[in-house]
Design a protein around this ligand. Sequence first.
Ligand code: SF4
Length: 254
Amino acid sequence: MSRWVIKGLRTGIVTTRYPAREENAPGISPGLPQSSARSDADSEVLALRCPTDALRQADGQLKVDRARCIHCYRCARGVAKPIPWETGFEWASLRGKSSVFPNAFQRSLHIRVVDAGDCGACLNEVKLLNNPFYNMHRVGFFITPTPRKADILLVVGPVTDHMKTPLLKAYEAMPTPKRVMAAGACALSGGLFGPGFVTGPGVADVLSVDVEIPGCPPPPLAILHGLLAITGRRQADTIPGPAGIAAKEGGNER
Ligand code: SF4
């Protein structure tokens, strides 16, 4: 018998039932800060504590830019009036309804992961999707080492100058239809690193992004939610799009 099965029987830990059932095991997600109504003075205190300018005051609200949030908790701990914090993980957003794959692709999608200069955290969460608890194969998602067999380009990291060309080459080698997912604060906004002297402000500066997944890093189930959303198997917020260079040049060849 597989050692994983024995370990599962000993510990009582089984594969998550998400998306068929809700998953609320402890530690499954660090959650995200929420926009909320605030007095100007309270907003100013919290906004000054945020290291990435993810907090902005507008119309009596303290708004959270999820693409910039790095989960440092400075707005939630050690302050008199902490910001509210959501505990879920279904954070993915689609850039326009056309981001969803055609029906035929819903149950067997291959993913080429590109580390475009990440610190290792997002990449590690992607790796966890293959472990027995998340086991993304059961829902039809597979990592492939070659872009020629990939349907989805999953990018982590802010896209350093040196990774720009390899990223574009991987994208160009993929057959159509293809989609681009950006996972993590760095991939969405540059995070703590970009824009800087060796890196840009995220993936959308290079390619048209179809799915955005915030988090620093996004937990595995947030990434899985993005994959399910892009196959039309789970609802997600829609952001007006498209954005990025590929979009300007005709989009992701849909
Ligand atoms: S957790 Fe940190 S980065 Fe995120 S909004 Fe709060 S202070 Fe800003």
